[in-house]
Design a protein around this ligand. Sequence first.
Ligand code: ZN
Length: 85
Amino acid sequence: MARNSRFTCKLTRDEQGKCDEVARVTVVDSQGERARGCARHAVEALDGLAGGRIDWDDSKGLNEFEVKELQITEDRSQVHQVGDY
Ligand SMILES: [Zn+2]
């Protein structure tokens, strides 16, 4: 049975191919564009995204390690934004 693609990770780069993980994290870029993906790819996506952040209200089912890693990456992303100006 095919899984609804709305609920699978959308944060892979093209060269990485498809990710079948359930999307539990919503990443928002500095323009307000939203994309959902698994915790691992959310960290990767956010890492190269100046001014990016996590929509925590829309990100569920994460364990404490995933939350911590996402928070650290989010902080770093916010710092980049300030440094760009
Ligand atoms: Zn993924």
